[in-house]
Design a protein around this ligand. Structure first.
Ligand SMILES: Cc1cc2nc3c(=O)[nH]c(=O)nc-3n(C[C@H](O)[C@H](O)[C@H](O)COP(=O)(O)O)c2cc1C
Length: 234
């Protein structure tokens, strides 16, 4: 059986043991080849039990954001993750898959079942993994304030009424199972319909350990079920 890569063991431990370590920057490219980078919160790790060489990273977003069309256009992404508590930088290249509400355009982007090189996602699906259940579990896990952000007009659209327009937006939205009034139920469903998870399956990692002097830098390249390691000059 394959093993979890060393970079992942360290990353998972650093994130689990240190508060305020869940922020990374995610880069995508648009149709013109122009790069776009933004901050994202890490939401979960997934490890296919049958295939630990292929850990997955999950973040979440509004399905109407630009990154979604950029991933549809080019599913190779890169993220930079600085963990200040451990002084580690992880630069991760991977394939991104979007899982949005069933029936929504881009519900599952790109068509992941056709992707030949996402062994981790495939290993989970072979075990009957339910992405919609995962999406809903992560949606339920966020705060009411966070959920309310997915009931706003499309991110990046012009505020015709200026900043005052924002005063009309909902501030808190319960999870669907806890919505009591008709209004709460409608808002919970609206938020859930705009909510998407982005699953990143890494194939290359550049791990820089700043806590070691002189610093230590390792390239990890996925080769089948094995991660090739190369120590390099920082
Ligand atoms: C600290 C911080 C955390 C953020 N976390 C997320 C996140 O988890 N998901 C997300 O979609 N946007 C997040 N954002 C907003 C994004 O950085 C970005 O502005 C937004 O998603 C629109 O990006 P896009 O137009 O490139 O798709 C965060 C911003 C900050 C400053």
């Amino acid at each position: 059986m394959s093993r979890a890569p060393r970079w992942f063991t360290r990353l998972e431990q650093a994130v689990t043991q240190n508060e305020n370590s869940s922020l990374f920057q995610l880069a995508t490219v648009d149709e013109a080849g122009r790069p776009h980078v933004r901050s994202q919160i890490h939401r979960a790790f997934l490890m296919p039990p049958s295939n630990p060489a292929h850990p997955l990273l999950i973040t979440s977003t509004d399905v109407r954001t630009r990154k979604i069309e950029q991933i549809a256009n080019a599913d190779t992404v890169e993220l930079a993750w600085w963990i200040s508590a451990t002084e580690d930088q992880f630069r991760v290249s991977g394939r991104a898959r979007v899982f949005a509400a069933p029936g929504r355009p881009g519900h599952s982007l790109p068509p992941h079942r056709a992707a030949p090189d996402c062994a981790g996602i495939k290993a989970l699906e072979a075990l009957g993994f339910d992405w919609e259940q995962q999406r809903r579990a992560l949606f339920d896990a966020v705060s009411e304030r966070m959920r309310a952000t997915w009931c706003r007009p499309a991110p990046g659209s012009v505020l015709e009424g200026g900043c005052d327009e924002a005063n009309d937006w909902p501030v808190k939205v319960p999870k669907p199972s806890e919505a009591k009034t008709e209004k709460e139920k409608a808002l919970a469903e609206l938020a859930l319909s705009n909510y998407a998870i982005i699953v990143i399956e890494p194939f290359y990692v550049d791990w820089l350990q700043m806590s070691i002097v002189p610093n230590c830098r390792t390239f990890f390249t996925l080769e089948g079920e094995h991660w090739k390691e190369e120590m390099v000059v920082p």
